[in-house]
Write a protein that binds this ligand. Structure first.
Ligand code: DGJ
Length: 786
């Protein structure tokens, strides 16, 4: 609820409140952002120094701009911290100071043009109209409160009321000053194949900046970040989380002032950005979103996950289970053919998969990534009956059909480029710089937009496609367009992309769109408004995925994270990992498979059948339950739990990156978020360990003439595997809170089916099911583990 009293505004959620205040000078102060407070307390929460420090400036109201906690600031008027807005007026003046003029409160969101935003049912918006103190430039600060999720959206609108153009050099979507000491910063950094690695660092006086300049939200640093107080863990500590509903170049900075206030701002990256606002025009910034909690990182994830599942991903997919895909890329690369695809589809169906995704390689000239991009007619040699016959046959097998496209790019070796070289972004006076042998199309041109829309809509209208994987495989460079000023190109590209996605998927809401950009190079809220799920990384090694998925999980729900089981050794790391681990980790998101199923041994096929059956049995829980990370494990282990909202059901992952020592210590299964007053049945998901993992050790138990690496043993290994890690027990939620001991890990001798044969990279899933009342009396009973 938003209420106003004596110049104070309060935006109150369920467990948070933001209080704003127009001060005597007309500047908007951020009085409080944190737990719930009464408006009557606001004057006491307000920081208002009576005297200045020696060199500070004082305005005509006796206020010290550099020493206020502001919700918006200016440049050149006594606040020497980083300004959220930089403009140039036609006489080259750049001082700006926006002062309160009026405000309005709206039900729902405040409509915005051309940019995606959070859906607003039950939301309220506060629009504060500000005026530049000396020039005809207006600024609207738009706050949208999503009370149930404790999320606040912020964005700005700039309106040129004068006759002369104004050049915008920097426009942030949000800015606020927070008091506090010793904050840390969490952000997600990486590169291709190593996206979203969480980094925690302590802040100090000065600026810490994160930004992307690649034309996309990028794999280098995600737009999401969090500030946290000292001692914060998964379930304790004050955290402020921020994100941007935007897919292009982003910028965020946290500046700790000499007085230990923290100025946080986020928006479009000002580097390479310059926007001319002509008389009467309005510029709208993307929407930033923020939340706060004193329930640690887990509380922040809870708010953001609920917000994204309810207000960001397309409504048609909000509460809908996602299919288990079998994707052709890691199975056969671009060497696709009707025969091999139908074989993969049939094998996939028999193993419980539901959707065949035909990835790269299906269109003419696409023998490798050097040619063909831009031309969307089928390769008649690979697909003699065209996509129509293939799609029909896949559907006849009982599988859904999905298709890969990469519509934003063009290979110079393509019919599209030969016919329209001007469609590509390149600078006339420079040799074009290529990425994966391709150029980006100039999406700002309407004829290019029409070409893409016609191509993709043509496929969707002609074929029974239920899923599209939309890829984008290069960074932006050579910023030049004959029809768009260079400083506006990167932003207008993203606006055009949103328009294209609207035109395609707005008219095909039942098509499941999976976004991809060389893996997770565009994992952001802007994309999620169109695509309910995003391919998180080309790295499908489960050990790597533990970090990537964990990193993303701080800010994004598992329903948005697409995760595939692939073959080992992994093409990204050459690491050998057990099949159960690959599944157990992938099951913590939207599950799919991406490997040549024909090469699997009978024992692995059986294992995969059991995996897909397990996933289907727990699918809505796994995709949309509440996600928790453990923070009490040693560095080489990882633990996630997904619980139903009523905490009666759960699936828990325990995983190990490697064994640090022989003679492993004990491991405890601990779920702090479970209901302590219920009784539960806890079971391990049955899994088997391949004989090959034992190598020559098998000689200890085999007849002497059989070697561990001999053909008969290899053949036996294709049909047999060892049960491992069996566990079953009834217990109270209190025991799970404390942490129950799991059966031993393999210690160098002996075998028991309860032993966890994890070795390096082992992992297991455990199901937790509340027992009906009365059945749960476990007092005095011994559990099966004892
Ligand atoms: C990059 C994607 O991330 C991969 O999954 C695959 O689709 C390839 N592109 C195909 O070229």
């Amino acid at each position: 609820m938003i209420d106003v009293q004596d110049g104070y505004f309060r935006l109150a959620g369920r467990e948070t409140a933001m209080v704003l205040h127009v001060n005597e000078s007309g500047r908007l102060e951020m009085v409080h952002y944190g737990g719930p407070v009464a408006l009557s307390d606001a004057p006491f929460l307000r920081f208002h120094p009576l005297l200045t420090y020696g060199t500070e400036l004082e305005d005509d109201q006796g206020n010290f701009p550099d020493h206020e906690t502001l919700a918006w600031s200016g440049l050149g008027r006594g606040d020497f911290r980083e300004p959220p807005l930089e403009v140039h007026f036609s006489d080259s003046a750049f001082t700006n100071e926006f002062l309160y003029d009026s405000h309005e409160i709206l039900e729902g969101t405040c409509p915005m043009k051309g940019l995606p935003s959070g859906r607003g049912e039950g939301a309220q918006s506060l629009v504060i109209h500000m005026k530049e103190a000396a020039r005809p430039l207006d600024l609207d600060l738009v706050f949208t409160l999503f009370p149930d999720e404790d999320v606040i959206g912020r964005r700005v609108r700039l309106i040129n009321r004068g006759e002369e153009p104004v050049v915008l050099d920097k426009v942030m979507s949000t800015m606020m000053d927070l008091p506090g000491r010793d904050y840390g910063l969490l952000n997600l950094t990486g590169t291709w194949n190593r996206e979203a690695h969480p980094v925690f660092r302590k802040l100090d006086v000065g600026r810490t900046v994160q930004a992307s300049l690649t034309g996309a939200s990028s794999n280098r640093v995600n737009p999401a970040f969090a500030l946290y107080e000292k001692g914060t863990g998964e379930d304790r500590g004050r955290v402020y989380g921020f994100n941007l509903i935007y897919s292009g170049n982003h910028y965020a900075s946290v500046e700790e002032s000499p007085h230990h206030f923290y100025r946080v701002q986020a928006g479009i990256n000002p580097e390479g950005f310059s926007w001319t606002l002509r008389a009467g025009e309005t510029f709208e910034s993307p929407q930033a979103v923020m939340t706060t909690t004193d329930r640690g990182f887990g509380g922040m994830s809870d708010h953001f996950h609920r917000f994204i599942n309810k207000r960001i991903i397309p409504e048609a997919w909000q509460d809908r289970d996602r299919p288990i895909a079998i994707n052709s890329w890691e199975a056969m690369g671009p060497r696709v053919s009707e025969g091999s695809l139908l074989k993969l589809a049939k094998e996939g169906r028999d193993l419980g998969m539901e959707l065949l995704v035909l990835d790269d390689g299906w269109f003419q000239g696409r023998e490798s990534d050097t040619a063909g991009l831009g031309d969307y007619s089928e390769d008649a040699k690979k697909l003699p009956g065209g996509l129509d016959r293939l799609a029909r046959k896949v559907r006849d097998l009982g599988m859904d059909f999905g298709l890969w496209v990469e519509p934003e790019s063009v290979n110079p070796d393509s019919d599209l480029y030969r016919a329209h070289p001007d469609y590509a972004i390149q600078s006339p006076d420079r040799t074009p710089i290529l990425g994966r042998h391709q150029l980006l199309l100039d999406l700002t041109r309407t004829e290019v937009q029409d070409y893409i829309v016609d191509q993709v809509n043509g496929l969707l209208d002609r074929l029974p496609i239920s899923y599209i994987k939309w890829d984008m495989n290069r960074h932006m460079a050579d910023f030049f367009s004959p029809t768009c000023p260079a400083g506006e190109l990167a932003h207008r590209y993203i606006l055009s992309l949103y328009r294209i996605l609207d035109r395609i998927f707005g008219t095909h809401p039942q098509v499941l769109l999976e976004m991809c950009s060389s893996g997770g190079n565009r994992f952001d809220l802007g994309m999620l408004v169109y695509a309910p799920q995003i391919w998180a990384s080309d790295d499908t090694d489960p050990v790597e995925r533990l970090t990537i998925q964990k990193g993303l999980s701080y800010f994004y729900p598992q329903s948005t994270i697409s995760c595939h089981v692939s073959a080992a050794p992994h093409s990204q790391t050459l690491r050998q990992t057990p099949l159960p681990t690959r599944f157990n980790v992938a099951a913590m998101g939207v599950l799919g498979y991406e490997l040549d199923l024909g090469r699997l041994s009978p024992v692995d096929k059986k294992a995969i059948q059991a995996q897909t059956a397990f996933y289907k049995d727990h699918r809505s829980l796994l995709q949309r339950g509440t996600f928790h990370r453990r923070d009490d494990l040693p560095d080489h282990q990882e633990g996630f739990a997904i619980l139903s909202p009523d905490r009666r059901e759960g699936v828990v992952l325990m995983a190990q990156r490697h064994l640090d020592h022989a003679g492993p210590a004990y491991d405890r299964l601990k779920v702090s978020q479970i209901d302590p007053d219920l009784s539960y049945m806890v079971r391990s998901r049955p899994q088997k360990c391949q004989l090959a993992r034992f190598g020559h050790l098998l000689n200890y138990v085999l007849p002497p003439y059989l070697k561990g690496d001999s053909l008969p043993v290899a053949i036996a290994g294709r049909h047999m595997a060892l049960d491992e890690g069996e566990f079953e027990g009834r217990m109270t939620g209190r025991a799970l809170h404390e942490g129950i001991f799991l059966p031993d890990q393999f210690k160098g001798s002996g075998y028991d089916k309860k032993l966890r044969l994890w070795g390096d990279y082992g992992a297991q899933l455990y199901t937790i099911q509340a027992l009906p009342e009365g059945e749960g009396e476990v007092e005095g009973e011994s559990n099966d583990n004892e």
